[in-house]
Write a protein that binds this ligand. Structure first.
Ligand code: GLA
Length: 638
């Protein structure tokens, strides 16, 4: 069974509405409901005075309706009394100014006072509901680090110093790692070290990366602390909703994944991007990567528009179903929405919901019913695994190290490069696993390594070993340049990959905005060029002056390509790794025995496949016809 779920902020509604909601949830086929995500101020209106009357009632109602609980610990946002009594829990921005209550998540991840109060609430909630028959899943806090990922208060500074002592042991090792011989930054003792608060000039880039690492670990530590309390009272699965999206980059989720019993992601179409549909597929594939290939949950998405982008576009007819099924195609076993009923008040009152302000005589509601019916038809897909032929290596550390201050071009952004690489693979119809640096790559037909700027020797060796054993790798510019201390690998770029690629890049030569260079095949390139010298590689594409732009190198039994500029990567990939003939607008993903065919265009398409189509219930011989904007799911029969 594929689940259909939602957040239910029952605190915002009266008991009459609760009763109506239970009936509507049953009509909509909702079977998993997240409650108590922002419940703290309701449950503990005054310090130590707990009142579970309303939550008990909602739990009973949901249980009575046969709906399972995705139970929030309630700690996402502190009640006003906590910050009034203990203003020291408030987070501080990089410029030293405090962020006040009045919004949400106004707490410092390293605050022992916040932690103590939050765990006290978790203890109460876990003890009360830990073995409730309706309880399916624990939902720790909410989107940890959405707003408060980086705190620069004195408490965070002390915690950062503790983290650094653990990592480096002695201050000389820290000096070496951070290159503090530069600009008179040498530390004599750990207590001189500060978080990288705003400075007059560029800050120490190694310190910035370590602060990112520390901050990610601080929130993971918070998750672990809540999970530990829960485990004392409950054997149910525990998770938190991750934010694998285009605009959140502060958590290294590779190091979080093992702590979550099930991987859950929140994803919203981002209309600030050039290609929101491609990013949706990318995020789904990265979420599956975090789940180690196992099925995962879409914990939040929107039935219609969100409220936090500059222009919050309504969904086109059919888009909701299509997007949801793309998540399913790429490994989701649950589709959940933020939120059940659109708020009448508060900062999210213009965020869409399953039940819109206009009520249920609406197209939006009917689309959710259609999705619900479709998920039921797709029940056999549950638990199956996506089959990918290529891998893309993704690194939060490279994201941090690339998008830092004082870089060769301010237009060089890690995620843009990753999206471009992923977009090219998607254009070629190649299903992609997104993997952590250092992963075993041997099962893939090809591997793409975009902008892997910060890489350890071990992580670089994983790519070289793969190629040596017969693999094909395509590595793009700015990769391999620094080690995990953000220290440049001397002797020429791309540092860690120089030998594998058989090139030495003597100099970066970024381009001005709008500037283009012409390549030897007539194609255009932008953003970035390099002054490359070949050692063992050959030129595949040259710049206008004849210098190499794209190279290939035999290495062991395989081949490694280097792409030193921003160009039509699909063209390079087609040559480097080969690709099946694909049609624009068609997305095809195989999950277990099921072939998902998504038609992003407006005209019918026929996709060759044999079997049984689950949505229409029809037998398919030769090819399945997919109407414009629709998805078809064919169970292949041999
Ligand atoms: C996040 C949060 C929700 C809500 C939505 C709005 O996903 O977890 O509480 O704010 O964003 O899109």
């Amino acid at each position: 069974m594929l689940r259909l779920g939602c957040d239910y902020n029952y605190e915002q509604w009266s008991p009459e509405v609760w009763a109506e909601d239970m009936a509507l949830m049953r009509r909509a086929g909702v079977d998993l409901v997240a409650i108590n995500v922002f419940g703290w101020a309701e449950l503990e209106a005054r310090p130590g005075e707990y009142d579970f009357t309303a939550l008990d009632h909602i739990v009973d109602l949901l249980h009575g309706a046969g709906i399972k609980l995705n139970l929030g610990t309630g700690t996402a946002s502190a009640p006003p009394w906590l910050t009034r009594r203990h203003p020291e829990v408030l987070p501080v921005a990089a410029d030293g100014t405090t962020r006040f209550p009045g919004g949400r998540q106004a707490w410092c991840p390293s605050s022992p006072v916040f932690r103590e109060h939050a765990l006290r609430l978790v203890e109460q909630v876990a003890r009360r509901y830990g073995d409730h028959p309706a309880l399916d899943l624990w939902h720790v806090s909410n989107e940890l680090g959405c707003h408060n990922a980086l705190c620069y208060c004195d408490g965070s500074a002390a915690a950062f110093r503790g983290w650094l002592e653990q990592r480096y042991g002695d201050v000389e090792a820290l000096n070496k790692a951070w290159g503090t011989a530069f600009w008179s930054q040498r530390y004599a003792a750990f207590d001189e070290v500060q978080p990288p608060r705003l400075a007059l000039s560029a800050r120490n880039p190694a310190q910035l990366v370590d602060f990112q690492r520390f901050s990610s670990d601080a929130l993971l530590d918070h998750y672990r602390a809540e999970a530990e309390v829960i485990r004392r009272h409950s054997t149910r699965k525990i998770t938190t909703n991750l934010m694998v999206t285009a605009h959140i980059r502060n958590q290294n989720y590779w190091s979080w994944a093992a702590d979550l019993d099930v991987i859950a992601n929140d994803h919203y179409r981002d209309h600030r991007l050039a290609d929101p549909a491609a990013e949706l597929s990318f995020a789904a594939d990265l979420t599956r990567g975090l789940a180690g290939g196992r099925p995962w949950m879409l914990m939040e998405t929107a039935a219609g528009a969100v409220n936090w982008q500059p222009y919050n576009l309504a969904r086109e007819p059919g888009e909701l179903l299509r997007d949801a099924l793309i998540h399913v195609a790429r490994g989701a076993d649950a589709i959940c929405f933020f939120q059940w009923r659109a708020s009448a008040q508060g900062a999210e009152k213009f965020h869409s919901a399953i039940v819109p302000h206009a009520g249920v005589d609406t197209a939006a509601w009917r689309e959710v019913l259609e999705l619900s019916a479709t998920l039921r038809k797709l029940a056999p897909v549950e638990g199956t695994r996506v089959e990918a032929e290529v891998a893309l290596v993704f690194s939060w550390e490279s994201w941090w190290a690339t998008d830092t201050e004082a870089r060769p071009s301010q237009d060089l952004r890690y995620l843009d490069q990753v999206h471009a690489a992923y977009g090219a693979l998607r254009e070629l119809g190649l299903t992609t696993d997104i993997v952590a640096p250092g992963s075993d790559l041997s099962r893939y037909r090809a591997v793409l390594v975009p902008c892997l700027h910060m890489v350890s020797d071990r992580e670089a060796a994983a790519v070289a070993d793969y190629v040596e054993g017969g693999g094909r790798a395509v590595i793009t510019f700015y990769s391999g340049v620094v080690d995990p201390d953000d220290r440049v690998r001397l002797g020429g770029y791309p540092g860690a990959f120089r030998e594998l690629l058989g090139v030495v890049s003597e100099e970066f030569a970024p381009l001005r905005p709008g500037q283009e260079v012409v390549l030897s095949d007539g194609g255009r390139a932008t953003l970035w060029t390099e002054r490359l010298r070949l050692t063992t590689a050959r030129t595949e594409l040259a710049y206008e002056d004849g210098r190499p732009a794209v190279t290939s190198n035999r290495f062991g039994a395989g081949q490694a390509w280097y792409v030193s500029t921003a160009l039509d990567l699909a063209g390079v990939l087609r040559r480097a790794v080969g690709a099946p003939a694909t049609r624009p607008d068609t997305e095809v993903v195989r999950r277990g025995d099921f072939v998902f065919v998504v038609n992003h265009g407006t005209k019918d398409i026929d996709h060759p496949v044999e079997g049984h189509e689950l949505i229409t219930g029809q037998a398919v011989t030769g090819a399945v016809t997919v109407p414009g904007g629709a998805v078809r799911v064919v169970r292949e029969e041999a």
